[in-house]
Design a protein around this ligand. Structure first.
Ligand code: AMP
Length: 584
């Protein structure tokens, strides 16, 4: 039997193990299905060794019996105390590695002896040596140590013949690194690296914790920082709120019976918006962007020399991270591999190559299109009712669930139309409308009433859309089946036709049919939107215009029913002219 080599991401906050088999990378789950092992080691109440989640759970209550972030001490000559016993950093890391080895063996049903382990690009020889030793203590032959940004680049670009320069932005729980990596043929090289190994998602949690502590002080004149138990709950609540804000514009933080004051139980219930949270962490994000420029200078490159931006580390799920990176480098970061798992996946690719496995692109399930809705906003300097607002971006791993906030545009507005589009164009009408519905009965309040729109897209391509008036919870939803398959089919048809065309004229007709089908759909969507707008403006129109408008609306409907594209287009053009003057 050939040697199996596993790939391990031994992280400061979390660790993972993966393998490459038959060209496919799998991140190995434990028996409970968890792919991520928190890098925590502890001794339980009965002297048992705890690794991962149970050690993480006891950390805040029993820090004297728990070790976290041991990676920060790799290569140092020190001992950490754990329930009265002393351990070297290598030994603590070995406990984590041993667990990952066991998880892999359990999954594969055979013993595993060899591993590739990743380390940060800035690790010194002593730190790398300590990592090797940790592997040996765990019973693993460490066949290679590779740099984390190299692994990330391998996960994304398992096989390319081309030359690429990749910026790897890695923001984890407690560390931040940015590296410029060059891939040329089979050589992957880190050109420059910069970072701060004391900056990460834990700092973001701490900002929310500060906010909650202040809130409780203000509301109840009570300092919770004195109590470990309360702070443990607040820390958990803050981290969970932070994660929610990556997908939702608001989060409610509810902690019941937090403490008692003069015999009365005190509950915490506070709403935090993504906007407030982004203000709290803005300084940290600025710091990471400065590091990006330092790394670029170190590699003697400018932003325009970078071909790809890869996001690594759980904290890059915070939307403002990619927004600011895009603003700074004018390039959309890649999001098509889970940022928590891509280093382990790259380690597995490297392991597979060493073991002689053939490697092709690492496949993941991602959405091939962007999905979003439309809103009144500025487009090319003018107010336009159909500005596309992407909610789920192209290349996001599936399943995914995202929510954005919208606001009513006039006083007393009791209805909103929610249209869902698939596509990338800034003008929603140039995308494909895949569903729509109307929410009625909103409160009669001034403009600015918040309505959230949520999109859930699962692995089967089923898109669930819901809109909800934030203050009352009034909501409406629809389900769109085959949101992906339908259009993949179309794309596939086009690709097939392209290939078929190479072999003879018969297939050419198919291209036309495909093209015509989508053009018709497009014209119809535009026409329907225009008809709706015309109907809204009928009251405003003069009697003469109104008659013309009604005739044209009828022409459009008849044209659609008869499939007469030309007639629809002619009527649309004339109706658009009338509306233009009415609107201005
Ligand atoms: P890592 O060290 O790469 O495993 O990243 C762990 C960090 O990512 C922790 O600070 C997590 O709180 C953070 N994280 C995980 N998921 C999310 C999310 N959805 N949004 C924001 N931060 C996240």
């Amino acid at each position: 039997m050939s040697d199996i080599i596993i790939g391990i991401d031994l992280g400061t906050t979390n660790s993972e193990v993966a393998i490459l088999k038959e060209g496919k990378v799998t991140v190995i789950p434990d028996r409970e299905g968890r792919k991520i092992l928190p890098s925590f080691v502890g001794i339980g109440e009965h002297g048992d060794v705890l690794v991962g989640e149970p050690a993480h759970n006891q950390y805040i209550l029993y820090p004297e019996r728990t070790v976290k972030s041991i990676k920060r001490h790799m290569g140092e000559d020190l001992r950490v105390e754990l329930a009265g016993q002393h351990f070297s950093p290598q030994e603590i890391s070995a406990i984590i590695l041993k667990r990952l080895k066991a998880t892999a063996e359990d999954y594969l049903g055979r013993s595993v002896q060899k591993a590739v382990i990743t380390v940060p690009a800035y690790f010194s020889d002593a730190q790398r040596q300590a990592t090797r030793e940790a592997g040996e203590i765990a019973g693993l032959d460490v066949v290679r140590i590779i740099n984390e940004p190299t692994a990330a680049a391998l996960a994304y670009e398992a096989k390319t013949g081309t030359r690429k320069r990749i910026l790897v932005y890695d923001l984890g729980g407690g560390t931040f690194d940015v590296s410029v990596v060059s891939i040329e043929d089979d050589v992957v090289e880190v050109l420059a690296s910069h970072g701060n190994n004391r900056l990460g998602g834990d700092d973001f949690d701490a900002r929310i914790v500060d906010h909650l502590v202040e809130h409780i002080k203000r509301e109840h004149d009570f300092d919770i920082t004195e109590s470990r138990q309360i702070m443990a709950r607040i820390n958990r609540a803050a981290e969970s709120a932070k994660r929610t804000l990556s997908d939702q514009p608001f989060v409610r933080i509810d902690e019941e019976y937090l403490f008692e004051k003069e015999g009365t139980p005190i509950h915490l219930s506070l709403e935090l918006s993504r906007y407030e949270y982004e203000q709290m962490i803005a300084g940290y994000i600025d710091e990471t962007l400065e590091a990006v420029h330092i790394a670029l200078r170190g590699a003697n490159l400018t932003a325009s020399d970078i071909d790809e931006i890869l996001l690594v580390g759980g904290s890059t799920r915070t939307p403002v991270v990619s927004e600011r990176l895009f603003g700074e480098l004018r390039k959309e970061p890649h999001r098509n591999i889970d940022p928590d798992l891509c280093v382990a996946m790259g380690a597995a690719v490297q392991a597979g190559v060493i073991a002689g496995e053939s490697v092709s692109a690492v496949l993941v399930d991602i959405t091939p299109y962007t999905y979003g809705t439309s809103a009144i906003a500025e487009l090319d300097g003018e107010l336009y009712p159909y500005v596309y607002v992407p909610i789920i971006r192209k290349n996001t791993p599936l399943p995914v669930s995202k929510t954005e906030a919208f606001y009513t545009s006039f006083d007393g507005q009791q209805e909103v139309d929610v249209r869902i589009y698939q596509g990338e164009a800034p003008d929603a009408l140039n995308n494909i409308e895949i569903g729509e519905f109307r929410v009625k009965g909103l409160r009669k309040v001034p403009a600015g009433n918040t309505v959230t729109v949520s999109l859930d897209l699962d692995l089967n391509g089923i898109l669930h859309v819901s809109a909800r008036e934030k203050d009352t919870g009034l909501s409406k939803s629809i389900t769109i089946n085959n949101a992906i398959a339908r259009f993949q089919g179309e794309e596939m048809g086009a690709a097939k036709a392209r290939i078929d065309a190479l072999f003879g004229p018969a297939a050419g007709a198919e291209t036309l049919v495909e093209g015509a089908a989508s053009e018709r759909h497009h014209t119809e969507v535009k026409a329907r939107a225009l008809v709706e707008k015309a109907e809204r403006l009928l009251e405003k129109a003069s009697e003469e215009d109104r008659e013309d408008m009604i005739d044209l609306i009828e022409d459009i409907r008849d044209g659609i029913a008869a499939g007469d594209l030309q007639a629809v287009e002619t009527a649309v053009e004339r109706l658009a002219d009338i509306l233009y003057y009415l609107d201005t």
